[in-house]
Design a protein around this ligand. Sequence first.
Ligand code: AKB
Length: 312
Amino acid sequence: MKKILVTGAFGLVGSDLIAALSKKYPKGSLVAISHKAVADSEALVEKADIRDTETLAKIIEKHGITEVYHLAGLLSVASEKNPQLAWEVNLGGLKNILDLAVKYKLKVFWPSSIAAFGPTTPKVNTPQHTILEPTTMYGVNKVAGELLCQYYNLKWGVDVRSLRYPGLTGYKAPPGDGTTEYSVHIFYGAINEKHYSIFLKEDARLPMMYIDDAIDGTIQLMEAPVENITIRTSYNFGAISFTPKELGEELKKLVPDFTYDYKIDERQKIAETWPQSIDDSQARKDWGWRAKFDLAKMTKTMYEGLKIKLQK
Ligand code: AKB
């Protein structure tokens, strides 16, 4: 029987992933790790810090874990605020999980990001194999992490699979400390105050994706036959691409009295180093990736879902 461990289980991706996995697998198949206390979850919850290998090993043994979705990590803005912590958690945490994967023969998923690209990367339709020279700590962690995954696959045969997540938009968990998270905050602004000040420029086009697509793609990748997996660093993973202005205008169609303006801050500098759109043809070819949400469908689903969550 599959026993799945999810780290970073209560963040934007983890919250939706736990919900999706709990529909797929019998009760008792899911264990979630959190470094802080959590009120309730569809998974069994264990408290652990991703830097503490001994506790992680005990949890893996106790539950007979076979597969790990390793999501724990700091996002781009949080990593710039505390680069030392980012190094320890983002890279140290990944190395701990990969070492445990060798010892306990675990299959692993780990998310990379469009942050692995940098200012010298071609910005439009960014290819799978291209220049990776990021200028943020988060990006440095992602490139090193991708190479570490490939190394553990080549050296010890670890079945580790990865996606370069674009900016993700979802409502189950509160937004994290990232750059593309304006696309989540804007919905809270529209519902709570009918106003939001966007911290990126109006034309800051970035690759984005609705969370349901991200979760489907993640599970699809993990379930793909091993012989189909040709990329052991991380797959380009594309869906939509929009600017803050395009999102603001789409949201106004649903909330006509919503207003927005721009209060640009240091997050714009991070956004400027990232691509505008992604070529994900390798993922399409290898394991049949196709996104389902366009901007209009994402905006409507996100708005209606968050309204219910906030009881407005
Ligand atoms: C961030 O903005 O830090 C993340 C990402 C694109 O990886 N959402």
